[in-house]
Design a protein around this ligand. Structure first.
Ligand code: BDR
Ligand code: CA
Length: 365
């Protein structure tokens, strides 16, 4: 079944209209039963590259009454778009939420060749677990166009959660420079102030498209960065995977299969520590739902784009001076420190137990 964004929105309008009538309570209950939408929840677009941990993050968002998921916008990242797009459709079919529109995003980063992470997510992006071919189709609109349209239709109401390289967001902002000021918040999984995972300097999502990430961090949106500083501690244990496997609904069982396959792959590694897959992206969703699951600190985050070895590194300034590398002798411009102004709240500590309880509890229920 294919859905257009307009079909989706006329359906939303019906629910909101119905909520204002005498039989509002009944109408809203009916709407909730049909689609899971909740008139008081915050509205989010999830930009994603599914992806093992993206899969659980999408499930967590769908199972959270605090969120209305308005759309998924897959991007190339963990695997090429040819896989992240059908994976997003598949996950929504498993969840019974084919009312959520899916819009195809960028096939490649803004300026660089695409580097993927199939070594961590399996050749198909879902840990190698085979799910049926999706029956649903993406909407006709591109991801950047959908983001622009939905945000413009409801200024100040659409929150963004970004779980992959930031190419789609950057493309939306390039096409519509006024868009960022209409976005009340951006919560992103990406970056690290304590070393990378794909290079000593860089975390994967920022490494893949550093130019897009730099643009997004500079866009002026109230931004929460959930990076490796906390997500590398957000690992599942054997008993968590068993809890998912024995869950009584399709979401829990699919999450169990995906995390089991990933655990089996990790066990084969000579450096296996006993810790299971890190739920990087789910922690970003959990932080949006309940920021107290992490400890946040103000930083000015800058993204390295020039380095031969360090592109995609995120640097966090806590205070002045915000000093760059020394200029070359040939440089003409005057060397000045920038004025300090935080542009992001960065997650620096996590309550792993509480996070895992939220994730497993919501997926199993
Ligand atoms: C991030 O990179 C991807 O591989 C994961 O899905 C997550 O978004 C972790 O560095
Ligand atoms: Ca991801």
């Amino acid at each position: 079944m294919s859905r257009t964004g307009d079909q989706f929105h006329s359906r939303r309008r019906f629910f909101l209209h119905a909520a204002g009538t005498a039989s509002a309570a009944g109408a809203v209950q009916h709407a909730l039963a049909q689609t899971g939408t909740n008139a008081t929840a915050r509205r989010v677009i999830i930009d994603t590259d599914p992806g093992v941990d993206d899969a659980l993050a999408i499930f967590l968002a769908i199972r959270s009454p605090e969120l209305n998921v308005e759309a998924l916008t897959p991007v190339a990242g963990n695997v090429p778009l040819e896989l992240t797009l059908p994976n997003a459709l598949r996950l929504l079919e498993i969840a019974g939420r084919t009312d959520i529109p899916v819009a195809a995003g960028a096939k490649q980063p803004l300026k660089r060749q695409l580097v993927t992470a199939a070594y961590a997510h399996g050749e198909n992006g879902l840990g190698g677990v085979q799910f049926p071919e999706p029956k649903t189709k993406p909407v006709a609109e591109s991801a950047p166009d959908l983001i622009r349209r939905v945000v413009r239709q409801s200024p100040g109401q659409i929150h963004l959660i970004a779980l992959g390289p930031l190419t789609n967001l950057a493309l939306a902002f390039l096409a519509d420079p006024g868009l960022p000021r209409l976005i009340p918040s951006l919560t992103l999984m990406g970056g690290s102030l304590s070393g990378g995972n794909v290079s000593p300097a860089a975390e994967f999502n920022i490494y893949v498209d550093p130019e897009a990430a730099q643009m997004v961090f500079r866009a002026g949106i109230p931004t929460t960065m959930v990076g490796l500083d906390v997500t590398r501690k957000a690992t599942l244990h054997e008993e968590d995977i068993q809890a998912l496997e024995s869950g009584g609904n399709p979401i829990s069982r699919a999450a169990g299969k995906i995390t089991r396959a990933t655990m089996n792959r990790l066990r084969q590694s000579p450096t296996f520590t006993g810790a299971g897959p890190a739920m990087h992206d789910s922690l970003a969703v959990a932080t949006f739902i309940d920021p107290t699951v992490v400890k946040l600190q103000d930083f000015y985050v800058e993204v390295e784009t020039a380095g031969e070895y360090t592109a995609g590194e995120t640097l966090g300034y806590r205070r002045a001076p915000m000093r760059k590398s020394p200029p070359m002798q040939s440089a003409q411009a005057k060397f000045e420190d920038a004025v300090f102004h935080p542009n992001a709240k960065v997650a620096m500590e996590v309550d792993r137990e509480r996070f895992v309880q939220m994730l497993i509890g919501r997926l199993r229920k």
